[in-house]
Design a protein around this ligand. Structure first.
Ligand SMILES: [Zn+2]
Ligand SMILES: [Zn+2]
Length: 310
């Protein structure tokens, strides 16, 4: 039964491990029904490379992404009788260059990119999920008056997310509240202007048909919940959820899915959605659409022995 709409491998991403084929084989072993391969898009400025990418160039990142697409489609065909593989990408929004770059990339590769996970990992050009020190640098970029800096930081994040949603209509909204990775107890409702932006983004994404991923990676980052946290889940009564492990290598495939199950169950999420190829183009012009998982997903045998409550 299980699905994941978001994953990476060490073959095409320096902060992940294992080959893409090993990731797929592990998903097959765990009897995933659907597994999305969504490598990070290339970045366009040398200054945006991560320390582990020393020696890479923007050119080599672009070539690496192209190789990812070739290998992902090879695996999709090769293992088609055992698992449904979807091939997509995960976005970046560091500066406007990333959005322009993504536009060209999507045009260049056409239907070889079957869907998009819309994620923001930077605020005002600074990574917010790399480490605590870098996150604080991003935060203090907005001044030292704590409350105000936090509010502007969050607003900037959700404005960037809104632009991304508007321009690319990603089928999956990636880790919606990554902006509070290092402050998981932060309550958005305490920042009314931020809450307004969240509501705007959620309504916009629902309006064009997006799915919100419930992303299990938050657990391995020390959260008590998946992304998004409880406040967003409540807001999303009209929203539709999909499952993601956001794995960065075979050993992360399906990791903490039992906690994801418990979390969704406790929050009263009854329906799970997944992406499926479609003949009619969607709002972004891509041939994929969300479908509701039919049947008793909570009672599905995949979860047996995984749920801490079962
Ligand atoms: Zn990553
Ligand atoms: Zn991400």
């Amino acid at each position: 039964m299980p699905h994941s709409h978001h994953s990476h491998s060490g073959q095409f991403c320096k902060h992940a491990s294992g080959s893409l084929e090993e990731v797929v084989l592990e998903a097959i072993r765990q009897q995933f029904q659907l597994y999305g391969l969504t490598e990070h898009v290339p970045r366009y400025r040398l200054v945006d490379l991560y320390p582990e990418e020393a020696g890479e160039t923007t050119d080599s990142l672009a070539k690496q992404f192209e190789k990812f697409l070739v290998e992902a489609h090879r695996l999709k065909t090769h293992y088609a009788s055992q698992i449904t593989i979807l091939v997509g990408l995960e976005t970046e929004y560091i500066t406007g260059q990333d959005l322009d770059g993504l536009d060209s990339l999507l045009q260049k590769f056409g239907d070889r990119v079957e869907y998009v996970v819309g994620s923001v990992h930077h605020v005002d050009g600074i990574p917010i999920d790399f480490d605590q020190i870098t996150y604080e640098r991003a935060l203090h970029n907005f001044g030292d008056g704590e409350t105000n800096a936090q509010e502007v930081f969050l607003s900037t994040y959700f404005d960037a997310q809104y632009q991304l949603l508007q321009r690319f209509k990603p089928e999956i909204v990636g880790h919606f509240d990554l902006c509070r990775l290092y402050t998981p107890d932060l309550r958005f409702l305490e920042y009314p202007s931020v809450w307004e932006k969240i509501t705007r983004n959620v309504e916009y994404a629902i309006g064009y048909g997006a799915l919100f991923e419930t992303n299990a990676a938050a657990f391995r980052k020390g959260w008590e919940t998946a992304y998004p946290g409880k406040d967003i889940l409540i807001l999303n009564c009209g929203g539709r959820f999909a499952l993601s492990d956001d794995s960065h290598g075979p050993r992360f495939v399906g990791l903490n899915y039992h906690r994801l199950l418990d979390y969704l169950h406790a929050q009263g999420v009854t329906d799970i959605w997944l992406l499926q190829p479609s003949k009619t183009p969607n709002a972004a012009g891509r041939s994929i659409r969300p479908v509701k998982f039919e049947g008793e997903w909570l009672g599905h045998e995949f979860w047996h022995g995984r749920s801490t409550q079962a």
